[in-house]
Design a binder for this molecule. Sequence first.
Ligand SMILES: Nc1nc2c(c(=O)[nH]1)N[C@H]1C(S)=C(S)[C@@H](COP(=O)(O)O)O[C@H]1N2
Ligand SMILES: [Mo]
Length: 388
Amino acid sequence: MRRLLGWLLRKIFGWLQGSFHSTLHSPRTAVVVGRLLGVAFLTCFVTGLYSHFLQDPLPWQPVLARPTWLYRLSQGTHVTTGVACIPLLLAKLWTVYPKLFSWPVVTGVKSALERASIALFVASSVLELAMGLLNVYKWYPWPFSFRQVHFWLAWVIVGSLVIHIGVKLPLIHAHWRASRPVNDVERESLTSRRGFVGAIAAAAAVLTVTTIGQSIPALGPVDLFAPRRPGLGPNALPVNRTAAEANIHAAATNPSWALKVINQNLTHSFTLAQLRAMPQTEVVLPIACVEGWSQNARWRGVRVRELLALVGAGPRQGAEVRSLETNGAYAGAQVPPEYAWDELTLIALDVNSAPLDLEHGYPARLIAPNRPGVLQTKWLASLEVRQR
Ligand SMILES: Nc1nc2c(c(=O)[nH]1)N[C@H]1C(S)=C(S)[C@@H](COP(=O)(O)O)O[C@H]1N2
Ligand SMILES: [Mo]
Protein backbone atom coordinates (compact mmCIF):
# COMPACT_ATOMS: atom_id res chain seq x y z
CA MET A 1 0.00 0.00 0.00
CA ARG A 2 2.76 2.45 0.95
CA ARG A 3 4.72 1.54 -2.14
CA LEU A 4 1.69 2.07 -4.29
CA LEU A 5 1.10 5.50 -2.71
CA GLY A 6 4.78 6.39 -3.21
CA TRP A 7 4.65 5.34 -6.85
CA LEU A 8 1.45 7.33 -7.42
CA LEU A 9 2.87 10.50 -5.81
CA ARG A 10 6.08 10.20 -7.82
CA LYS A 11 4.03 9.90 -11.01
CA ILE A 12 1.82 12.88 -10.17
CA PHE A 13 4.72 15.07 -9.12
CA GLY A 14 6.71 14.07 -12.17
CA TRP A 15 3.82 14.91 -14.43
CA LEU A 16 3.23 18.31 -12.77
CA GLN A 17 6.90 19.11 -12.95
CA GLY A 18 7.22 18.07 -16.53
CA SER A 19 4.12 19.91 -17.63
CA PHE A 20 6.13 23.12 -18.05
CA HIS A 21 9.19 23.06 -20.24
CA SER A 22 9.11 26.70 -21.03
CA THR A 23 12.21 28.80 -20.41
CA LEU A 24 10.01 31.07 -18.34
CA HIS A 25 10.60 28.65 -15.53
CA SER A 26 14.33 29.25 -15.65
CA PRO A 27 16.26 30.46 -12.61
CA ARG A 28 17.03 33.72 -14.43
CA THR A 29 13.28 34.52 -14.70
CA ALA A 30 12.85 33.60 -11.04
CA VAL A 31 15.64 36.00 -10.10
CA VAL A 32 14.32 38.87 -12.26
CA VAL A 33 10.75 38.56 -10.95
CA GLY A 34 12.09 37.92 -7.44
CA ARG A 35 14.02 41.19 -7.51
CA LEU A 36 10.93 43.19 -8.50
CA LEU A 37 8.90 41.44 -5.83
CA GLY A 38 11.66 42.07 -3.29
CA VAL A 39 11.73 45.83 -3.99
CA ALA A 40 7.93 46.12 -3.87
CA PHE A 41 7.73 44.04 -0.72
CA LEU A 42 10.49 45.92 1.09
CA THR A 43 8.90 49.29 0.28
CA CYS A 44 5.56 47.99 1.48
CA PHE A 45 7.14 46.62 4.66
CA VAL A 46 8.95 49.83 5.62
CA THR A 47 5.93 52.08 4.98
CA GLY A 48 3.80 49.57 6.90
CA LEU A 49 6.11 49.79 9.93
CA TYR A 50 5.90 53.59 9.77
CA SER A 51 2.10 53.47 9.81
CA HIS A 52 2.04 50.92 12.61
CA PHE A 53 4.33 52.88 14.91
CA LEU A 54 2.53 56.17 14.22
CA GLN A 55 -0.60 54.51 15.56
CA ASP A 56 1.13 52.64 18.40
CA PRO A 57 4.27 54.61 19.30
CA LEU A 58 6.84 52.88 21.49
CA PRO A 59 7.29 54.66 24.82
CA TRP A 60 10.60 56.26 23.82
CA GLN A 61 9.69 56.88 20.20
CA PRO A 62 9.45 60.45 18.91
CA VAL A 63 6.59 61.20 16.51
CA LEU A 64 6.98 63.82 13.80
CA ALA A 65 4.27 66.27 12.85
CA ARG A 66 6.28 67.38 9.80
CA PRO A 67 6.30 67.21 6.88
CA THR A 68 2.51 67.39 6.83
CA TRP A 69 2.29 65.19 3.72
CA LEU A 70 4.68 62.42 4.79
CA TYR A 71 2.08 59.96 6.07
CA ARG A 72 -0.09 60.61 3.05
CA LEU A 73 2.80 59.74 0.73
CA SER A 74 3.97 56.80 2.78
CA GLN A 75 0.54 55.19 3.17
CA GLY A 76 -0.32 55.79 -0.49
CA THR A 77 2.96 54.04 -1.33
CA HIS A 78 2.17 51.22 1.11
CA VAL A 79 -1.17 50.41 -0.49
CA THR A 80 0.14 50.91 -4.03
CA THR A 81 3.17 48.66 -3.63
CA GLY A 82 0.99 46.13 -1.79
CA VAL A 83 -1.37 45.99 -4.77
CA ALA A 84 1.61 45.68 -7.15
CA CYS A 85 2.88 42.73 -5.08
CA ILE A 86 -0.18 40.68 -6.07
CA PRO A 87 0.67 40.17 -9.79
CA LEU A 88 4.37 39.95 -8.92
CA LEU A 89 3.79 37.19 -6.36
CA LEU A 90 1.54 35.28 -8.75
CA ALA A 91 4.20 35.58 -11.47
CA LYS A 92 6.91 34.41 -9.13
CA LEU A 93 4.83 31.41 -8.03
CA TRP A 94 4.09 30.57 -11.63
CA THR A 95 7.77 30.77 -12.54
CA VAL A 96 8.92 28.40 -9.84
CA TYR A 97 5.80 26.25 -9.79
CA PRO A 98 7.46 23.11 -11.28
CA LYS A 99 9.99 23.29 -8.44
CA LEU A 100 7.21 22.87 -5.92
CA PHE A 101 6.71 19.35 -7.27
CA SER A 102 10.29 18.16 -7.25
CA TRP A 103 10.67 14.64 -5.96
CA PRO A 104 11.63 13.51 -3.33
CA VAL A 105 10.00 16.28 -1.33
CA VAL A 106 12.99 16.76 0.95
CA THR A 107 16.53 15.43 0.63
CA GLY A 108 18.11 16.66 3.84
CA VAL A 109 18.25 19.36 6.47
CA LYS A 110 18.99 22.14 4.01
CA SER A 111 16.22 21.20 1.63
CA ALA A 112 13.77 20.72 4.53
CA LEU A 113 14.59 24.22 5.79
CA GLU A 114 14.31 25.61 2.31
CA ARG A 115 10.94 24.05 1.61
CA ALA A 116 9.53 24.93 5.04
CA SER A 117 10.59 28.55 4.62
CA ILE A 118 8.99 28.68 1.18
CA ALA A 119 5.75 27.14 2.46
CA LEU A 120 5.69 29.71 5.26
CA PHE A 121 6.52 32.55 2.86
CA VAL A 122 3.82 31.60 0.35
CA ALA A 123 1.11 31.07 2.96
CA SER A 124 1.85 34.24 4.90
CA SER A 125 2.22 36.45 1.79
CA VAL A 126 -1.01 35.23 0.26
CA LEU A 127 -2.81 35.89 3.55
CA GLU A 128 -1.12 39.28 4.04
CA LEU A 129 -1.94 40.54 0.54
CA ALA A 130 -5.52 39.24 0.68
CA MET A 131 -6.11 40.89 4.06
CA GLY A 132 -4.62 44.17 2.88
CA LEU A 133 -6.71 44.15 -0.28
CA LEU A 134 -9.95 43.53 1.62
CA ASN A 135 -8.99 46.38 3.95
CA VAL A 136 -8.63 48.77 0.99
CA TYR A 137 -12.25 47.86 0.26
CA LYS A 138 -13.15 48.62 3.86
CA TRP A 139 -14.08 45.05 4.53
CA TYR A 140 -12.99 43.53 7.84
CA PRO A 141 -14.61 40.07 7.92
CA TRP A 142 -12.33 38.69 10.64
CA PRO A 143 -12.78 38.73 14.42
CA PHE A 144 -9.15 39.69 15.23
CA SER A 145 -7.36 43.03 15.09
CA PHE A 146 -6.38 43.67 11.48
CA ARG A 147 -3.38 45.77 12.35
CA GLN A 148 -1.78 43.37 14.84
CA VAL A 149 -2.14 40.34 12.55
CA HIS A 150 -1.00 42.31 9.50
CA PHE A 151 2.04 43.51 11.48
CA TRP A 152 3.11 40.06 12.75
CA LEU A 153 2.50 38.35 9.42
CA ALA A 154 4.86 40.89 7.83
CA TRP A 155 7.61 39.76 10.20
CA VAL A 156 6.91 36.11 9.37
CA ILE A 157 7.29 37.00 5.69
CA VAL A 158 10.56 38.85 6.32
CA GLY A 159 11.93 35.94 8.37
CA SER A 160 11.07 33.28 5.81
CA LEU A 161 12.35 35.54 3.03
CA VAL A 162 15.73 35.94 4.73
CA ILE A 163 16.06 32.14 4.97
CA HIS A 164 14.93 31.72 1.38
CA ILE A 165 17.38 34.30 0.04
CA GLY A 166 20.16 32.84 2.18
CA VAL A 167 19.60 29.36 0.80
CA LYS A 168 19.33 30.62 -2.79
CA LEU A 169 22.22 33.08 -2.62
CA PRO A 170 24.54 31.13 -4.95
CA LEU A 171 21.76 30.80 -7.52
CA ILE A 172 20.73 34.45 -7.18
CA HIS A 173 24.36 35.47 -7.58
CA ALA A 174 24.79 33.32 -10.68
CA HIS A 175 21.70 34.75 -12.38
CA TRP A 176 21.81 38.34 -11.14
CA ARG A 177 23.19 39.55 -14.49
CA ALA A 178 21.72 38.37 -17.75
CA SER A 179 24.02 36.10 -19.70
CA ARG A 180 24.62 37.06 -23.30
CA PRO A 181 22.71 34.71 -25.62
CA VAL A 182 25.11 32.68 -27.74
CA ASN A 183 22.73 30.93 -30.12
CA ASP A 184 19.21 31.17 -31.55
CA VAL A 185 17.62 29.06 -28.83
CA GLU A 186 19.03 31.30 -26.13
CA ARG A 187 18.07 34.44 -28.04
CA GLU A 188 14.53 33.18 -28.37
CA SER A 189 14.30 32.30 -24.70
CA LEU A 190 15.59 35.76 -23.79
CA THR A 191 12.87 37.34 -25.92
CA SER A 192 10.09 35.28 -24.36
CA ARG A 193 11.44 35.98 -20.88
CA ARG A 194 11.49 39.70 -21.55
CA GLY A 195 7.95 39.47 -22.86
CA PHE A 196 6.84 37.69 -19.72
CA VAL A 197 8.52 40.11 -17.31
CA GLY A 198 7.23 43.02 -19.40
CA ALA A 199 3.67 41.68 -19.22
CA ILE A 200 3.92 41.27 -15.44
CA ALA A 201 5.36 44.75 -15.00
CA ALA A 202 2.56 46.11 -17.22
CA ALA A 203 -0.07 44.30 -15.13
CA ALA A 204 1.41 45.78 -11.96
CA ALA A 205 1.54 49.25 -13.56
CA VAL A 206 -2.08 49.08 -14.77
CA LEU A 207 -3.27 47.99 -11.33
CA THR A 208 -1.30 50.84 -9.77
CA VAL A 209 -2.59 53.52 -12.13
CA THR A 210 -6.19 52.39 -11.72
CA THR A 211 -5.99 52.44 -7.90
CA ILE A 212 -3.78 55.43 -7.17
CA GLY A 213 -6.49 57.89 -8.20
CA GLN A 214 -7.72 57.55 -4.62
CA SER A 215 -4.64 59.50 -3.52
CA ILE A 216 -3.74 61.64 -6.56
CA PRO A 217 -6.67 63.80 -7.71
CA ALA A 218 -5.32 64.17 -11.26
CA LEU A 219 -5.64 60.39 -11.70
CA GLY A 220 -9.16 60.33 -10.23
CA PRO A 221 -10.79 59.72 -13.64
CA VAL A 222 -8.85 56.45 -14.18
CA ASP A 223 -9.48 55.27 -10.64
CA LEU A 224 -11.33 52.03 -11.42
CA PHE A 225 -10.52 49.84 -8.45
CA ALA A 226 -10.26 52.08 -5.43
CA PRO A 227 -13.58 52.39 -3.64
CA ARG A 228 -13.31 56.13 -2.96
CA ARG A 229 -12.72 59.07 -5.28
CA PRO A 230 -11.33 62.49 -4.46
CA GLY A 231 -13.91 65.22 -4.20
CA LEU A 232 -16.94 62.94 -3.86
CA GLY A 233 -18.90 63.29 -0.63
CA PRO A 234 -20.31 66.00 1.61
CA ASN A 235 -18.01 69.06 1.83
CA ALA A 236 -16.37 67.65 -1.36
CA LEU A 237 -14.52 65.07 0.76
CA PRO A 238 -14.97 61.27 0.98
CA VAL A 239 -16.34 59.81 4.22
CA ASN A 240 -14.97 56.84 6.05
CA ARG A 241 -17.21 55.88 8.95
CA THR A 242 -20.64 57.46 8.47
CA ALA A 243 -22.75 59.18 11.12
CA ALA A 244 -25.30 56.36 10.79
CA GLU A 245 -22.65 53.67 11.31
CA ALA A 246 -21.37 55.52 14.37
CA ASN A 247 -24.92 56.10 15.61
CA ILE A 248 -24.18 59.65 16.78
CA HIS A 249 -26.99 61.59 15.09
CA ALA A 250 -28.91 62.48 18.28
CA ALA A 251 -25.84 63.31 20.38
CA ALA A 252 -24.14 65.36 17.67
CA THR A 253 -27.20 67.47 16.84
CA ASN A 254 -28.22 68.04 20.46
CA PRO A 255 -28.35 71.86 20.95
CA SER A 256 -26.79 71.52 24.39
CA TRP A 257 -23.61 69.94 22.94
CA ALA A 258 -20.42 71.36 24.42
CA LEU A 259 -16.78 70.30 24.18
CA LYS A 260 -15.39 69.33 27.58
CA VAL A 261 -11.76 70.34 28.07
CA ILE A 262 -10.45 68.51 31.12
CA ASN A 263 -7.29 68.84 33.22
CA GLN A 264 -7.50 66.65 36.32
CA ASN A 265 -10.36 68.07 38.43
CA LEU A 266 -10.82 71.10 36.22
CA THR A 267 -13.36 70.92 33.40
CA HIS A 268 -14.17 73.75 31.03
CA SER A 269 -17.11 73.31 28.66
CA PHE A 270 -17.19 75.17 25.36
CA THR A 271 -20.41 75.48 23.40
CA LEU A 272 -20.23 75.69 19.62
CA ALA A 273 -20.90 79.45 19.82
CA GLN A 274 -18.10 79.89 22.34
CA LEU A 275 -15.66 77.92 20.17
CA ARG A 276 -16.63 80.06 17.17
CA ALA A 277 -16.06 83.22 19.21
CA MET A 278 -12.42 82.21 19.85
CA PRO A 279 -9.61 83.04 17.39
CA GLN A 280 -10.00 80.82 14.30
CA THR A 281 -7.10 79.31 12.38
CA GLU A 282 -7.21 78.00 8.84
CA VAL A 283 -4.97 75.10 7.74
CA VAL A 284 -4.72 72.90 4.66
CA LEU A 285 -4.19 69.32 5.76
CA PRO A 286 -5.01 65.91 4.28
CA ILE A 287 -7.15 63.12 5.57
CA ALA A 288 -4.84 60.18 4.84
CA CYS A 289 -6.71 56.98 5.54
CA VAL A 290 -4.81 53.81 6.43
CA GLU A 291 -6.89 52.17 3.69
CA GLY A 292 -4.98 54.19 1.11
CA TRP A 293 -7.22 57.04 0.00
CA SER A 294 -6.25 60.58 0.88
CA GLN A 295 -7.33 64.12 0.14
CA ASN A 296 -6.36 67.63 1.16
CA ALA A 297 -8.98 69.92 2.67
CA ARG A 298 -9.10 73.43 4.09
CA TRP A 299 -9.95 73.23 7.78
CA ARG A 300 -10.91 76.05 10.13
CA GLY A 301 -11.25 76.02 13.89
CA VAL A 302 -9.58 76.54 17.26
CA ARG A 303 -5.99 75.53 17.95
CA VAL A 304 -5.81 72.63 20.39
CA ARG A 305 -2.88 74.28 22.17
CA GLU A 306 -5.01 77.30 22.97
CA LEU A 307 -7.64 75.14 24.68
CA LEU A 308 -4.98 73.18 26.56
CA ALA A 309 -3.40 76.40 27.82
CA LEU A 310 -6.80 77.59 29.05
CA VAL A 311 -6.97 74.65 31.45
CA GLY A 312 -3.39 75.15 32.59
CA ALA A 313 -1.58 72.38 30.66
CA GLY A 314 2.10 72.75 29.76
CA PRO A 315 3.76 72.11 26.38
CA ARG A 316 5.20 68.75 27.38
CA GLN A 317 1.78 67.32 28.13
CA GLY A 318 -0.15 65.35 25.57
CA ALA A 319 -3.90 64.91 25.42
CA GLU A 320 -6.59 62.41 24.61
CA VAL A 321 -9.68 63.09 22.52
CA ARG A 322 -12.94 61.17 22.94
CA SER A 323 -15.83 60.98 20.50
CA LEU A 324 -19.55 61.07 21.17
CA GLU A 325 -19.40 57.67 19.50
CA THR A 326 -19.13 55.14 22.30
CA ASN A 327 -18.07 51.78 20.92
CA GLY A 328 -16.15 52.15 17.66
CA ALA A 329 -12.47 51.19 17.46
CA TYR A 330 -11.70 54.84 16.68
CA ALA A 331 -13.94 56.49 19.27
CA GLY A 332 -10.90 58.15 20.81
CA ALA A 333 -7.22 58.85 20.19
CA GLN A 334 -4.04 59.93 21.89
CA VAL A 335 -2.64 63.30 20.89
CA PRO A 336 1.08 63.24 21.84
CA PRO A 337 2.60 66.65 22.76
CA GLU A 338 4.29 66.93 19.33
CA TYR A 339 0.79 67.21 17.82
CA ALA A 340 -1.10 68.80 20.70
CA TRP A 341 1.11 71.92 20.75
CA ASP A 342 1.56 72.15 16.99
CA GLU A 343 0.13 75.33 15.47
CA LEU A 344 -1.59 73.26 12.75
CA THR A 345 -3.51 70.99 15.12
CA LEU A 346 -7.12 72.12 15.38
CA ILE A 347 -10.48 71.37 16.81
CA ALA A 348 -12.01 71.91 13.38
CA LEU A 349 -15.49 73.40 13.02
CA ASP A 350 -15.45 74.12 9.27
CA VAL A 351 -14.10 72.34 6.23
CA ASN A 352 -13.82 73.67 2.68
CA SER A 353 -15.55 76.96 3.64
CA ALA A 354 -18.66 75.40 5.21
CA PRO A 355 -19.55 74.04 8.65
CA LEU A 356 -18.52 70.39 9.07
CA ASP A 357 -21.11 68.06 7.62
CA LEU A 358 -22.49 65.56 10.13
CA GLU A 359 -20.59 62.88 8.17
CA HIS A 360 -17.29 64.69 8.72
CA GLY A 361 -17.63 65.08 12.46
CA TYR A 362 -20.09 67.92 13.22
CA PRO A 363 -20.02 69.76 15.56
CA ALA A 364 -16.23 69.43 16.01
CA ARG A 365 -13.41 67.09 15.04
CA LEU A 366 -9.68 66.79 15.46
CA ILE A 367 -7.37 67.55 12.55
CA ALA A 368 -3.59 67.30 12.95
CA PRO A 369 -0.65 67.25 10.51
CA ASN A 370 1.07 64.04 9.35
CA ARG A 371 -1.26 61.65 11.10
CA PRO A 372 -3.21 58.56 9.99
CA GLY A 373 -6.90 59.20 9.30
CA VAL A 374 -7.90 56.77 12.04
CA LEU A 375 -6.51 59.24 14.58
CA GLN A 376 -8.43 62.27 13.24
CA THR A 377 -11.36 61.75 15.60
CA LYS A 378 -14.82 62.98 14.53
CA TRP A 379 -17.83 64.09 16.63
CA LEU A 380 -15.73 65.16 19.60
CA ALA A 381 -17.08 65.03 23.14
CA SER A 382 -13.93 65.82 25.14
CA LEU A 383 -10.29 66.82 25.09
CA GLU A 384 -8.43 65.69 28.19
CA VAL A 385 -4.91 66.60 29.29
CA ARG A 386 -2.68 63.58 29.92
CA GLN A 387 -0.96 63.50 33.28
CA ARG A 388 2.57 62.27 32.67
N1 LIG B 1 -15.34 59.02 15.98
C1 LIG B 1 -14.72 58.53 14.90
N2 LIG B 1 -13.85 59.30 14.22
C2 LIG B 1 -13.21 58.83 13.12
C3 LIG B 1 -13.44 57.53 12.66
C4 LIG B 1 -14.36 56.71 13.38
O1 LIG B 1 -14.61 55.55 13.05
N3 LIG B 1 -14.98 57.26 14.49
N4 LIG B 1 -12.78 57.06 11.52
C5 LIG B 1 -11.51 57.70 11.19
C6 LIG B 1 -11.02 57.33 9.88
S1 LIG B 1 -10.56 55.71 9.68
C7 LIG B 1 -10.79 58.24 8.88
S2 LIG B 1 -9.96 57.82 7.46
C8 LIG B 1 -11.26 59.64 9.01
C9 LIG B 1 -12.07 60.00 7.79
O2 LIG B 1 -12.62 61.27 7.93
P1 LIG B 1 -13.82 61.71 7.01
O3 LIG B 1 -14.88 60.64 7.08
O4 LIG B 1 -14.27 63.04 7.52
O5 LIG B 1 -13.26 61.82 5.61
O6 LIG B 1 -12.04 59.82 10.18
C10 LIG B 1 -11.54 59.22 11.33
N5 LIG B 1 -12.34 59.64 12.46
MO1 LIG C 1 -9.32 55.60 7.82
